[in-house]
Ligand binder design. Structure first.
Ligand code: IPE
Ligand code: IPE
Ligand code: MG
Length: 244
């Protein structure tokens, strides 16, 4: 396939509705969603995508019923435990963005083990966003920059787009080229607010547990037909005008 995105960011949404349609408890949807996650990671890895950022749990998802949050944490732990070895064998490098400090000790240790095991891999850069919020991310960056100014390490005038980009999550990767949200909702839900500035947005009605490789290819196909202008004119991008 031509013009594949280098960095894909996905809001994996629709697990609850998938279960509801089947008269099952929401957790069945989350379990089915884990299988999709695994398949999509493998598919991206096989296609040679450089980076994949997945929204697994937002800072607002704590507001769900206690039981659902507990089951999500448990599922998060068991699926990581079950899958990290396979991901390592696929040369995937796993890292996490978000405030993991509010997770249980057990979960934090599993996260640390997964990162440590895969740290030297040179295949797909997988970033899992957990207890992540775009506003939290920007707020953190603002706080660190304010600290540096107060400490006299930088001048107020040194605060630039580039500096902020270095202080937010995913600063070691190019910004996402393609954002995908499944499940039919067309919103960002406090995902990567800074990083998505020029990302192509793609919304699929398919519920996450039903999202498969062919759906991913549809998204990539849509992406390849987009013209990314970054503020320029179409003619400039195509290089068809003298002043291009
Ligand atoms: C996404 O599916 C998973 C998480 C937010 C953890 P949802 O659980 O939001 O599914 P819907 O949107 O209720 O169908
Ligand atoms: C966004 O989905 C978060 C994740 C998929 C992890 P939500 O289901 O929480 O988003 P809203 O509440 O519909 O905006
Ligand atoms: Mg949802």
């Amino acid at each position: 396939m031509s013009d594949l995105p280098s960095h894909v960011a996905i809001i994996m949404d629709g697990n609850g509705r998938w279960a509801k349609k089947r008269f099952l408890p929401r957790n069945f949807g989350h379990k089915a969603g884990v299988k999709t996650t695994r398949n999509i990671i493998e598919a991206c890895s096989d296609l040679g995508i450089k980076a994949l950022t997945l929204f697994a749990f937002s800072s607002e998802n704590w507001n769900r019923p206690k039981k659902e949050v507990g089951l999500l944490m448990e599922l998060f732990f068991t699926s990581m435990q079950a899958q990290v070895k396979g991901l390592h064998e696929s040369n995937v490098r796993m890292q996490f963005i978000g405030d993991v400090s509010s997770f249980s000790e057990k979960l934090q240790q599993q996260i640390a083990r997964s990162v440590a095991l895969t740290k030297d891999n040179i295949g797909l850069e997988l970033r899992i966003a957990v207890n992540y919020g775009g506003r939290w991310d920007i707020t953190n960056a603002v706080r660190s920059i304010a600290r540096q100014v107060t400490a006299g390490e930088i001048d107020q005038e040194d605060i630039s787009d580039e500096l902020v980009s270095r202080m937010v999550s995913l600063s070691d990767l190019p910004a996402p080229d393609l954002f995908i949200r499944t499940g039919g909702e067309q919103r960002i839900s406090n995902f990567l607010l800074w990083q998505l500035a020029y990302t192509e947005l793609y919304f699929s009605d398919t519920l996450w547990p039903d999202f498969d490789e062919s759906e991913l290819e549809l998204a990539f196909k849509a992406f390849s037909s987009r013209q990314r202008r970054f503020g320029c004119t179409g003619e400039q991008v195509e290089g068809t005008k003298e002043d291009a």
